[in-house]
Design a protein around this ligand. Structure first.
Ligand SMILES: Cc1cc2nc3c(=O)[nH]c(=O)nc-3n(C[C@H](O)[C@H](O)[C@H](O)COP(=O)(O)OP(=O)(O)OC[C@H]3O[C@@H](n4cnc5c(N)ncnc54)[C@H](O)[C@@H]3O)c2cc1C
Length: 404
């Protein structure tokens, strides 16, 4: 399970043990390495799997700046595509919002997350970074003291420990970092939006030159380009929907109906490569630190995909933690670590607020019953009209949609 390096480090110890090789763990690892801090990344999956795990694709301007100023943007510069237009479709017609020219005038960069992960892994390993693939962290112990330790099970069932000064849990919502927090150590804020999406990845070119948001009586449908030959689609579905229940034909018909293909142009169809049901939930831990254990990315907070913020928050938090760890370990200022949680939570709650706004915009009022339902529906129509007609609302939308 070993993949390199750093002969002078005693085996199974590092200043910082990073659990998880997603965007959070790999940005953190690369920045620590550049700052001369010994670290190791423990990753449950195999490298090949990470190279092909399609997820996010819309990178915020801030994410691009973080990657650029740390020399981690080569692939992104070569293959990323600028993107700055949304098209909203409703029963009243459609309109386009050129968000890349509104507000601060910043577009997104479309670059598939698995390609970013591939780049970051390559750069980390080339720079001498240590990664253990097929190594699942099972628990973090001793985080309330100065010598935390991460218990690991490898792909053959062998077990071991990694000693550290600090542990960064970048292992997502169901990872060992969250599971190892003692009861009452942090507060959990949770909200289930009561809405589910069938997320689809199609081997098909984009059907329009915009992010498409269709608000339809049968439910929301979304369209997001990933590359010239791959497009992500979303279909609102019943909670508990079986992702395999609909045939490809049925999926394309439902997408065409909700997206108004008869009026606005046919969808470019292709094989469905991936399908999964996503329950829209928000989940924030507070604070994002327990002693020497830090929570980063999806391990810190889960955000619904409605506003495309998850991967961007992960990168932002990784940069904030890298700076704080550098101050603590290189510049002798451990108090910098005390500021990590509050700094991240400011951004996380702002993103949560915008994501809630988007959920209401795209779904009306999930769960509203009786007289509240049509009332909420009218509020949603009014919100969409404001987005169509008000320059001020468009500027606000642009800043929050691309900002982080
Ligand atoms: C379908 C979909 C579409 C999305 N679209 C967008 C989008 O357009 N824009 C956006 O910003 N976000 C989007 N997101 C969210 C985004 O993908 C996540 O927020 C992002 O991956 C979080 O990064 P992370 O590094 O925190 O976690 P992850 O990417 O989940 O990485 C965690 C890593 O930890 C590993 N791991 C887990 N447990 C252990 C363990 N016990 N031991 C060792 N390793 C472990 C995992 O294998 C994984 O590699 C989307 C998500 C999905 C599912």
């Amino acid at each position: 399970m070993t993949e390199s390096k750093h002969a002078r480090v005693p085996q199974n110890s590092a200043d910082v043990v990073i659990v998880g090789a997603g965007p959070a763990g790999l940005v953190l690892g690369n920045l620590l390495l550049r700052g001369g801090i010994e670290c190791v990344v423990l990753e449950r999956a195999e490298r090949e799997h990470l190279h092909n795990r399609a997820r996010a694709g819309f990178l915020a301007a801030h994410t691009v700046r973080v990657l650029a100023r740390n020399g981690l943007d080569e692939g992104l510069r070569r293959r990323g595509q600028e993107h700055g237009v949304c098209e909203f479709r409703t029963e009243d017609g459609r309109f386009r919002l050129d968000y890349g020219r509104r507000g601060r005038g910043e577009p997104h960069t479309v670059y598939p997350q698995h390609e970013l992960v591939r780049d970051l892994l390559g750069q980390f390993i080339d720079a001498g970074g240590r990664v253990r693939f097929g190594a699942e962290a099972t628990a973090v112990t001793g985080a309330d003291g100065p010598n935390p330790s991460v218990a690991v099970r490898d792909r053959d069932g062998g077990t071991g420990h990694w000693r550290a000064r600090y542990v960064a849990a970048c292992d997502g919502r169901h990872g060992a970092g969250r599971r190892s927090l003692p009861a009452g150590a942090v507060r959990r804020h949770h909200r289930d939006h009561g809405v589910s999406w069938l997320g689809l990845l199609a081997e098909a070119p984009p059907s329009m030159d915009a992010v498409g948001y269709a608000v339809h009586p049968r439910g929301f449908a979304g369209h997001m380009a990933r590359s010239t030959g791959i497009t992500r689609y979303y279909l609102q579905c019943e909670r508990g929907h079986d992702s395999g229940a609909w045939s490809e034909e049925r999926i394309w018909e439902e997408l065409a109906l909700r997206m108004g293909a008869a009026e606005y142009g046919a969808l470019r169809r292709g094989r469905i490569l991936q399908r999964a049901v996503v329950d829209l939930e928000s989940d924030v831990l507070e604070p994002l630190r327990y002693g020497s254990l830090f929570l980063v990315g999806d391990a810190a907070a889960l955000i619904s995909p409605a506003a495309a913020k998850g991967a961007n928050l992960a990168v932002l938090e990784a940069e904030i933690l890298a700076r704080a760890l550098t101050d603590a370990l290189v510049h002798g200022d451990p108090e910098a670590l005390d500021r990590y949680s509050d700094r991240c939570l400011d951004h996380i709650w702002r993103a949560q607020e915008f994501s809630h706004w988007m959920i209401d915009l795209l779904h009306g009022a999930p769960g509203a019953e009786g007289a509240a339902a049509p009332f909420q529906e009218r509020l949603r129509s009014s919100r969409i009209a404001s987005l169509r007609d008000s320059r001020t609302t468009q500027d606000w939308f642009a800043d929050h949609y691309v900002g982080i």
